[in-house]
Each structure stands twice: as structure tokens, then as C-alpha cells.
Design a protein around this ligand. Structure first.
Ligand code: TYC
Length: 93
């Protein structure tokens, strides 16, 4: 009997974290969220915010499940605390 070991090439499932546009959250607040929770510099944060503003949705980053879930919770809690309707969601890649 021959026992073969499968090559270990399993990749973790990855999830996109997305921001959704709305009419009320200030642009500057969204830029701040991207800097604070997604480690973007001001230029990248502004680019992503404007993409969401014009297209309705945009990607903030790609993470493993637990990290993505943490980011979504942090953004939603932060937005709620500041009484902005900003929505953040995750989707499987
Ligand atoms: N549309 C908002 C405004 O005009 C800005 C905005 C951008 C809100 C991105 C949410 O995810 C968002 N103030």
C-alpha cells in the first residue's frame, strides 16, 4: 500500500470588504475611515472614496474571513458612533 501525501497548496478563502455610497456621509469622514481602518494614505483613500461616490460601491481591501469581519464591524461601529449612515459589507472573492 502506497500512501500519497497531497501537496499542501490550500489557499485561505478571501473576502472583499466594500464601502457603499450614500447621500449623507461626509466625504472627509469616508477618507478618514479608509486611512484609519484600511491603512490607506490620503491619496489612495481619496481615490477609493471618489470611486464609491461615483460608482455606488468600491473595494477597500481583501482579507481572510476573520479580518474582513473585524473591519466591517469596526467601520459600522465607527459610522454609527458618529451618526453617519455609511455601510460596509464583505463578499466572498
Ligand atoms: N456621497 C457622499 C457625499 O456626497 C460621499 C460618500 C462617499 C459617502 C463614499 C459614502 O462610501 C461613501 N457626501
Amino acid at each position: 500500500m502506497i500512501t500519497k501525501t497531497k501537496p499542501q497548496t490550500k489557499r485561505p478563502n478571501l473576502y472583499r470588504v466594500l464601502l457603499l455610497n450614500d447621500d449623507y456621509t461626509p466625504m472627509e469622514f469616508v477618507v478618514h475611515v479608509l486611512e484609519r481602518f484600511f491603512n490607506k494614505d490620503r491619496e489612495a483613500a481619496t481615490r477609493i472614496m471618489l470611486h464609491v461616490h461615483h460608482h455606488g460601491i468600491g473595494e477597500c481591501g481583501i482579507f481572510t474571513y476573520e479580518v474582513a469581519e473585524t473591519k466591517v464591524t469596526q467601520v459600522m461601529d465607527f459610522a454609527r458612533k458618529h451618526q453617519h449612515p455609511l455601510q460596509c459589507v464583505m463578499e466572498k472573492k
